[in-house]
Design a protein around this ligand. Structure first.
Ligand code: PGA
Length: 248
């Protein structure tokens, strides 16, 4: 059986005081449940100190494709490893759309993460216009193909894929369990055509307005292996309930 993994994406939220309260609430409640939080860079040390030795891993939301040097404002994979990060989100739709990250750049970041021993959480997903135009599968395939072409299908054995329809992120509009399952099955089938064993083990998270109230129906779909949670990951009771729904 594939594991289920719920990861919080805090985005650009939090403060030392708010994080301390949130981490103190989720840590004991999720004892024994594998989960993760992806926090802003300045709070990695805080997450590490609070969560070391627990079943909750931590990570970042972005990284540089470069290893080191004159890249003002960037953060490298090895720096994330210095804070014992397990995960790093790559290719989130907000990075693709607000910061112009191309499929090729996302693939380079994915490879930089893996080269340093981090597990990339590769985000893919279509916009509302793309869904309405009926090109959801083409868009998701293009985003995946860029990574597979650069890093090889075997690299997915050390990665997580997050399907996040852009129209569902932060909008309160969740994909229905059937809509999400259909795309997850498409993703797994596409990988299976290249490497059935990698496909069978691949954790594919759903993200986009997951809440405690809709988590169970999403997490019981056969190809949904957890979630990438934005807004609800900032509310301890919501995040705990989502993680528990996935673990059940
Ligand atoms: P949301 O965000 O849960 O607030 O919709 C998900 C994400 O962007 O990862």
């Amino acid at each position: 059986m594939r594991k289920k993994l719920v990861a919080g994406n805090w985005k650009m939220n939090g403060s030392l005081a708010e994080n301390a309260a949130l981490l103190a609430a989720i840590k004991p409640a999720l004892a024994g449940i594998e989960a993760a939080v992806c926090v802003p860079f300045p709070y990695l040390a805080q997450a590490q100190a609070a969560l070391a030795g627990s079943s909750i891993a931590w990570g970042a939301q972005n990284l540089s494709d470069q290893a080191k040097g004159a890249y003002t404002g960037e953060v490298s994979a090895s720096m994330l490893r210095d804070f014992a990060c397990t995960y790093v989100i790559v290719g989130h739709s907000e990075r693709r759309s607000l910061y112009g990250e191309s499929d090729e750049l996302v693939a380079k970041k994915y490879m930089a993460a893996q080269a340093a021993g981090l597990v990339p959480i590769l985000c893919v997903g279509e916009s509302l216009a793309e869904r309405e135009a009926g090109v959801t599968e083409q868009v998701v395939a293009r985003q995946l193909d860029a990574v597979i072409a650069a890093a090889g299908v075997a690299s997915l054995a050390n990665a997580v894929v997050a399907y996040e329809p852009v129209w569902a992120i932060g909008t309160g509009k969740t994909a229905s369990p059937e809509q999400a399952q259909a795309v997850h099955a498409f993703i797994r089938g596409k990988v299976a055509a290249l490497d059935p064993a990698v496909a069978a083990g691949l954790v594919i998270q759903y993200g986009g307005s997951v809440k405690a109230s809709n988590a169970a129906e999403l997490m019981t779909q056969p190809d949904i292996d957890g979630g990438l949670i934005g807004g609800a990951s900032l509310v301890a009771d919501e995040f705990i309930a989502i993680c528990r729904a996935a673990a059940n």
